[in-house]
Design a protein around this ligand. Sequence first.
Ligand code: ZN
Length: 122
Amino acid sequence: MAVRYDQTRKRIICRWEEPTRIVMDKKEGVIKRSRMITVKVNENGKLNSKDRRRHEKHPMFPYISRFNQLLNKMNYFPEAEDGYTCAVCGAAEQVSPHFDPRTQSVVWLCGKHSAQSPEVDA
Ligand SMILES: [Zn+2]
């Protein structure tokens, strides 16, 4: 499970993998299917009400909501200020915020290291 904020699309993106049963040639198997929900963040930092209504019953929604609260506490919206650096390499360019569910905190990662964003089993 990985949660991040996409500054270009102004959306919080939550991705996870879900075991899905499939039948192929009459044999049953389980594959891990990649799933995703996204929630738009308004200029004022609030979650878009339409997306909120659509996803609020989803088991992943509390992570999105918590992440949004943390970003608001940092006065992150409507525009991110400079001065954040990647937690892995210290780069200051193209860093974006990710949610670390283990520590319930925001982690900044550059484009190169966002693939290593904190993940836990959903
Ligand atoms: Zn980095």
